[in-house]
Design a protein around this ligand. Structure first.
Ligand code: 5AD
Ligand code: FES
Length: 353
């Protein structure tokens, strides 16, 4: 194991079988070693900076029916909402005042947000805040749509691959969705010059250690600019309500490994991680993550954007979330920084706050 870990840190690559052995054989000692190596390499690239992105949950209306997701189409208990253009701009304006220079528009696959509407919103944000990056996390769309949105000014796109195994993918999604299309979208986004984020849930139903090893291999070969991973958490109104949540331990272990596979990757300590453990996000940062994504959505919709049960930060105002995270990061020796926080190598200067 020690040899494998050393080689991972040196070469940033292992075989799928070795990733599997690394996960299978994990213990506190190896976790500590991986954490130490991950923090060291991240420090060389990013120092003690933690980037922030303001998350705006624009709509919980979704045409899809993912078995794990609380806003799936079949969930009749979900109270649906959609923000107006002006509400989205107001979130950005408030976020700008709080120091955010990246806005992430995330939502279900809501047909209302066609190219004209969504493109108009991207243009609107970019004209109000030309120094900000706009990230979209709006699901699977056509090549032409991604191209148009890119022309409107979108800089980045988050689309988790969810699992690297097509068969596992089919157990998490209804037949109308396919792994092939997911990967096609990711390739297209990259070819259009987006900074691209993929990612997966840890501990999702039917997931095997082999699946996770394949996820790691996918991160190694696809080399995303960003990688969002968080524990699966059951939602009471989904078919997966009775499955157990993923653990903070395994998620942090994988964060360290991903940092070593791809030292410059942008790696968020996710809200889901903060939901399974009150200091989950801190533990994520200490394992090698370097991004946090406080919620900028209007407080009155936050509870409705419930992908999983007991989601944190649904009652706090944006300014409170922002403050809370700065303080939490400061306490563990990190500093939340203002700036676009681009993928390392093409970053813009940032100020400490
Ligand atoms: N638990 C954890 N993460 C979830 N997501 C969706 N539902 C859940 C859940 N129940 C994640 C998916 C999706 C992202 C927006 O949120 O990975 O891509
Ligand atoms: Fe909409 Fe999962 S049901 S993203």
């Amino acid at each position: 194991m020690r040899e494998i870990i050393g080689r991972l840190a040196e070469t940033h690559s292992l075989t799928v079988e070795e990733y599997e052995a690394l996960i299978e054989g994990r213990n506190d000692e190896y976790a500590g070693l991986l954490r130490k190596l991950a923090v060291r390499v991240r420090r060389e690239i990013y120092g003690d900076a933690v980037y922030v992105r303001g998350l705006i949950e624009v709509s919980n209306i979704c045409r899809n029916d993912c078995y794990y997701c609380g806003i799936r189409r079949s969930n009749a208990n979900c109270e649906r909402y959609r923000l107006t253009d002006d509400e989205i701009y107001a979130c950005c304006d408030e976020g700008y005042g709080l120091g955010f220079r990246t806005f992430v528009l995330q939502g279900g696959e809501d047909s209302y947000f066609d190219d004209e509407i969504l493109g108009g919103i991207v243009r609107g944000i970019k004209s109000r805040h030309p120094d900000c990056a706009v990230t979209l996390s709006m699901g699977e769309r056509s090549y032409d749509s991604y191209e148009f949105l890119r022309e409107c000014g979108a800089d980045r796109y988050l689309l988790r691959h969810e699992t690297a195994d097509p068969e596992h993918y089919a157990r998490l999604h209804p037949p109308a969705m396919s792994w092939d299309n997911r990967m096609k979208c990711l390739e297209e986004l990259r070819s259009l010059g987006y900074q691209v984020g993929c990612g997966f849930m840890v501990g999702s139903p039917y997931q095997t250690v082999r699946n996770l090893a394949e996820d790691l291999k996918l991160v190694e070969t696809f080399r995303p600019d960003m990688c969002g991973i968080g524990p699966f958490i059951p939602h009471k109104d989904t078919p997966f309500r009775d499955f157990p949540a993923g653990t903070v331990e395994l998620t942090c272990y994988l964060l360290s490994i991903i940092r070593l596979i791809h030292p410059a990757v942008l790696l968020p300590a996710t809200t889901a991680l903060g939901t399974v453990d009150p200091v989950g996000r801190e533990r994520g940062i200490m394992a090698g993550a370097n991004v946090v994504m406080p919620n900028l959505s209007p407080v009155n919709v936050r509870k409705k954007y419930e992908l999983y049960d007991n989601k944190i930060c649904t009652g706090e105002e944006s300014a409170q979330c922002r403050e809370c995270l700065s303080e939490r990061m400061r306490k563990i020796g990190y500093e939340v920084v203002v700036g676009r926080g681009d993928f390392a190598g093409n970053d813009t200067p940032h100020d400490r706050v």
